[in-house]
Design a protein around this ligand. Structure first.
Ligand SMILES: Nc1ncnc2c1ncn2[C@@H]1O[C@H](COP(=O)(O)OP(=O)(O)OP(=O)(O)O)[C@@H](O)[C@H]1O
Length: 357
């Protein structure tokens, strides 16, 4: 198991009396690719900027490899940050851009030239030294920004939506490049995105945030398959989220219908949130399922059809490879294992969730 590398302890941060982070605790392991994921304004960038040294916490401590770095300036931390706007210097060549940090730290010409070659090779842009910034595509510029960060040999790369400006195909290519870089260089990555698919693809672990609180920390599989609450389930992938009542262990009632499930220990007649993924809903002949409904819309999505079925007043989202017709009657079946039961939040305010990082 890798050692703890960056630790945030009881971090609180406000701007203009607005609390943005409230008692945030987080540990990032060495060589981990950790992603902060959450809706706009939930505090992801602020968390990254605190670690990078661009903001100071009101309360709390930040440790890097055992050392308290809370009050160190950004250039005194062995971290490099790549922001969404890659901020290359337009009047410099690619080589000059990459060399910028190394020149400031007064490295020899030979060392700098070797590093430029090495970094360009790593980001698959060999031979681009003399090119101007203008002559590069957005994706190539982004790769140069990453190369510029890498030559400083940071132990940690902080990436704030670094692929946000790229089109889908380039994003996907760059996602693979970043994973490759992480594996080749053994750098610890802290990555910020609001794109759940990107987070699921790239991360060793995902931190789901909402309104300044951590909702869940886990592997992509954990977060997708075992969301701790309806917010996480809704944010990560599509879901049917339905009010329910736990009748007893292994039996939940939703939409006036009883569904067998595998959960237990909620107590009798406990109100719960029931989450069912669209790919886990099976459409069968009427009366062969647990509940009957009518197909109200069908969209072809390439790999599957996205179908809405109205059953007992609820519009079920279903992903299936089988064709159906709008207006047809269907039965809905869900195997007990695919029904996730969650406690309802205690109040409408988002609650902090105790997590083991
Ligand atoms: N320097 C600042 N001054 C005042 N308010 C700020 C400042 N920086 C951030 N905030 C506020 O703090 C909250 C969290 O911002 P933050 O940028 O951390 O969110 P985020 O999750 O990264 O959002 P996004 O995905 O939109 O970038 C927002 O309400 C934002 O307006």
């Amino acid at each position: 198991m890798s050692k703890d590398f960056i630790t945030l302890e009881h971090i609180t941060k406000s701007f203009d009396s607005q609390m943005v982070l409230d008692d945030l605790n987080l540990t990032i392991k060495e060589n981990e690719f950790m992603t902060l994921l959450g809706p706009s304004g939930c505090g992801k960038t602020t968390t990254l900027r605190l670690i990078g040294g661009f903001e100071t916490p009101d309360i709390g401590k930040i440790y890097f490899d055992g050392q308290d770095i809370t009050s160190l300036a950004p250039n005194e931390r062995k971290l490099n940050t790549v922001f969404q706007k890659y901020s290359l210097f337009p009047h410099m060549t690619i080589a000059e851009n990459i060399a910028f940090g190394l020149k400031i730290s007064k490295k020899s010409k030979e060392y700098i030239n070797d590093k430029i070659k090495y970094a360009l090779k790593l980001v698959n842009l060999d031979g681009f030294e003399k090119r101007s910034v203008d002559s590069l595509s957005g994706g190539q510029q982004q790769r140069i920004a990453i190369a510029r960060a890498i030559v400083n040999e940071p132990k940690v790369l902080l990436l704030d939506e670094p692929l946000g400006a790229l089109d889908l195909k380039l994003r996907q290519d760059m996602q693979y490049e970043l994973i490759r870089l992480k594996n080749e260089l053994g750098i610890t990555f802290l990555y910020v995105t609001h794109d759940q698919e990107e987070a699921l693809t790239m991360s060793d672990s995902i931190v789901v945030m909402n309104q300044g609180y951590i909702q869940q920390i886990g592997t992509p599989e954990d977060i997708y398959n075992e969301p701790v609450n309806a917010f996480v389930a809704d944010f990560i992938g599509e879901s049917n989220i339905i009010d329910g009542v736990m009748i007893e262990d292994h039996l939940v009632e939703i939409l006036d219908t009883r569904f067998p499930c595998v959960d237990e220990g909620f107590g009798q007649n406990c109100p719960v949130d029931v989450v069912i993924r669209p790919e886990d809903v099976e459409l069968v002949e009427p009366e062969e399922g647990i509940i009957d409904g009518t197909v109200i819309s069908i969209i072809f999505k390439g790999v599957h059809y996205e179908i809405e079925v109205l059953a007992n007043g609820f519009e079920w989202l279903v992903h299936t490879t089988k064709m159906h017709e709008v207006g047809s009657k269907v039965g809905i079946r869900v195997i007990p294992f695919n029904i996730q039961i969650m406690n309802k939040p205690e109040s409408s305010d988002e609650e902090a969730v105790e997590v083991d990082a």
